[in-house]
Structures are given as structure tokens and as C-alpha cells.
Design a protein around this ligand. Structure first.
Ligand code: ADP
Ligand code: MG
Length: 352
């Protein structure tokens, strides 16, 4: 089963200085993997709890397909939930844990047995039916919790930082598992994380939260390649950020430079910062035709494993910036004066 979840002008106000969720509208398509991404305290969990019905709305509506569920209690919303802490029943076996939602729904016994076997196969825990949670690793326990959350065919699965308690390697493994399971079951997934890499890896689309509001919604590629604001550009990956001397008016001016602008790269008429990704920044001894550029001094060269990054002091003011080096850039060393340039089409003018 997969359901469209529609939030319209949703607000949750706890009476703090700003509402926890502030007039959010978002449509999550049937079968979509939507990630709510953002820093701690930006309103992701509150939004998920409003969808689940654990919190009441201050204003706005939530609909599942065409049904308004705004005042429906949680147990009538037919949602699967997965949290950071596994919350398994310790006195029940794996099979009993997974069967629990089916028993609650009075599913006939033979169907329960078949369904539990199917889902344990899906999460690759076949043969563990009789184990107790305490006999399983953290990763395995989280697989059981996932099996229990989807066994009854929920309208959607809500996941709140489900990999947060796992170490880095295991996180990667379970990320791939969650991705595969989403593909196989085709249910709508709403996934909360503060980890931009996790969001980029898993999501069909990302809703980026900032201070209770959605800053931007789009595919991982759109958010990375076409950020509309400085917040988005900074939250997803590294950026060189040039605060323009005056808002864009056909020309982009910073210190002594007047840069060419491709209209397709301007997020809004009042854009006031120009951003360039480190991988688009090239270093050379003189300016390169057809690019925008600025004088820079090499502050340091950082070895990152697969590549090297140069820390730069840009322009007259020595604004800190970064460029990623290619394998051919062997001669770059700290103290050098260089020209940092980038293709006009690769820069982005954003709101700050
Ligand atoms: P996130 O999940 O993005 O870290 P939350 O949704 O948990 O953010 O919190 C958003 C804001 O709402 C925070 O400022 C938090 O302190 C506040 N908040 C969350 N839950 C409550 C609550 N039950 N009572 C009062 N304030 C809350
Ligand atoms: Mg949270």
C-alpha cells in the first residue's frame, strides 16, 4: 500500500520564541522516499510526530490521499514507525515481535505465520525467528524493528534517525538495506535525519528544514546543484561563498571583480551571494578565458584520502575558500599566489 501525505499550512507552536513547525506545506507522493533533513531543533521530529498523530496541530491540515486525518488518533492512521532505539519487546522472540501488529489486527494465524516468514526474509533474518532481542546485535535488532514496522502493510513508514545509534560501517550497510527494502515494498517512506550524506544517498526528494520552515524541497541533485539560498548551499556540501557588494542587478560585483552571470544560475532577482563548489574551482597561474576568476593565496593543502583540498585566501580581504585538486595539480603548495577560476555556468547566485 502506498499513500500520498499532504501537509497544508501546518504549524505546531509550543509557545516558544518561534513555532517548532512554522506554516509548512509539503506533498509526499505515493511510494516516494522523502527525507526531512535539517540541523538539530529545526522541526523534523515534530513534523513526523504530527504526521503520526502523536502531536496535535496548532494550525493547518494533514491528509492521507483524500482523507483528512488531522484529528485522527495515531492507532487509526495505520502507519509503521521506526526510531533510533529499537523498542522491541524483550520477553518476546523475533517472530513474536514481528507478529505483534498482526495479532493486534486479528489476522488469522496461518496468514501471520506466512507474513512473518516473508518479512523476516525481506530483512534477511530468516532462521532467527526463535531468538530473543538480547541475543541479537544492534543492527539485527533494528532489522527486527523494521520488519515489525512494515509487516502489516502500513499506509506509510515513518523513520526518525533510525541509524543514529549505529557505528559508521553498520550505518552504511543498513542504509543500503533500507534503500533496497523501500524499492521492494514500494511504500511511502518519510525519513528524518540531520546527516546530509545519508539524505543524499537514500532520498527521492529532500525537504530541508531551517527554524521550523522548509527552506527548499527537491531531488538531492537539485538541492546540491541548484540551491536557492545560502543555507541550502552550505548545508549540502562545501561552498565558496562570495557575499556580493550589492544584490545582483545584471552584474555580480565582489571587491575588484565584476563577474559574468548566466541567467539560468540566478535563484532569485534579489540574490546577494555567489557560491562555487570546491570541485568547480580550478587553480592556475593566469586567468583562463571564458571563466570567472579571483586572485588567491594558497593557505594549506589538505590530504583527504581520495583527493586533496586546498584552503585558499580569496581576493583582497582573504576570504576563506576551498578548491579540490586533480591528480595533475602536483605543484600547488602553501604560500603560492594563484588565480582561482570557475566556469560561469557552474556558479550559483543565491539569497543570503
Ligand atoms: P529536530 O527533530 O529537527 O531536531 P524538533 O522537532 O525535535 O527538532 O524540535 C523543534 C523545536 O521544538 C525545538 O526548538 C524543540 O526544543 C522544540 N520542541 C520539540 N518538542 C517540544 C515539546 N514537546 N515541548 C516544547 N518544545 C518542544
Ligand atoms: Mg529530531
Amino acid at each position: 500500500m502506498s499513500t500520498r501525505i499532504r501537509l497544508t499550512d501546518v504549524t505546531k507552536d509550543y509557545g516558544l520564541a518561534v513555532p517548532a513547525v512554522d506554516n509548512v506545506s509539503l506533498t509526499i507522493e505515493p511510494g516516494e522516499f522523502m527525507t526531512l533533513l535539517g540541523p538539530s531543533g529545526s522541526g523534523k521530529t515534530t513534523t513526523l510526530n504530527l504526521i503520526a498523530g502523536f502531536e496535535t496541530l496548532t494550525a493547518g491540515t494533514i491528509a492521507f490521499d483524500d482523507a483528512d486525518v488531522s484529528t485522527l488518533p495515531p492507532h487509526k492512521r495505520n502507519l509503521g514507525m521506526l526510531f533510533q532505539n529499537y523498542a522491541l519487546f524483550p520477553h518476546m522472540t523475533v517472530a513474536q515481535n514481528v507478529a505483534y501488529p498482526l495479532r493486534e489486527r486479528k489476522v488469522p494465524k496461518p496468514d501471520i505465520t506466512r507474513r512473518v516468514a516473508e518479512v523476516l526474509d525481506l530483512v534477511q533474518l530468516t532462521g532467527r525467528d526463535g531468538h530473543y532481542p538480547s541475543q541479537l546485535s544492534g543492527g539485527q535488532q533494528q532489522r527486527v524493528a523494521l520488519a515489525r514496522a512494515i509487516v502489516f502493510g502500513p499506509a506509510a513508514l515513518l523513520l526518525d534517525e533510525p541509524l543514529g545509534a549505529l557505528d559508521r560501517n553498520l550505518r552504511g550497510v543498513l542504509q543500503a538495506e533500507i534503500h533496497r527494502i523501500h524499492q521492494e515494498v514500494g511504500t511511502t517512506f518519510v525519513f528524518v535525519t540531520h546527516d546530509q550524506e545519508e539524505a543524499m544517498n537514500l532520498s527521492d526528494r529532500i525537504a530541508l528544514f531551517n527554524n521550523g520552515k522548509i527552506e527548499q524541497v527537491g531531488t538531492p541533485e537539485a538541492l546540491y546543484q541548484r540551491p536557492e539560498t545560502l543555507f541550502t548551499a552550505r548545508f549540502l556540501g562545501d561552498s565558496n561563498v562570495f557575499p556580493l557588494d550589492k544584490p545582483f542587478d545584471g552584474k555580480a560585483v565582489w571587491e575588484d571583480s565584476v563577474w559574468a552571470v548566466d541567467p539560468g544560475t540566478v535563484a532569485a532577482p534579489t540574490a546577494s551571494a555567489l557560491v562555487v563548489r570546491p570541485e568547480d574551482m580550478r587553480l592556475s597561474t593566469s586567468s583562463v578565458p571564458g571563466t570567472n576568476s579571483v586572485g588567491a593565496t594558497v593557505r594549506a593543502v589538505e590530504y583527504m584520502g581520495a583527493y586533496r583540498t586546498v584552503v585558499l585566501a580569496l581576493g583582497r580581504s582573504g576570504l576563506t575558500g576551498r578548491a579540490r585538486l586533480g591528480p595533475e595539480d602536483t605543484a600547488i603548495a602553501a604560500g603560492q599566489t594563484v588565480v582561482a577560476s570557475w566556469p560561469v555556468a557552474r556558479q550559483r547566485l543565491v539569497l543570503s
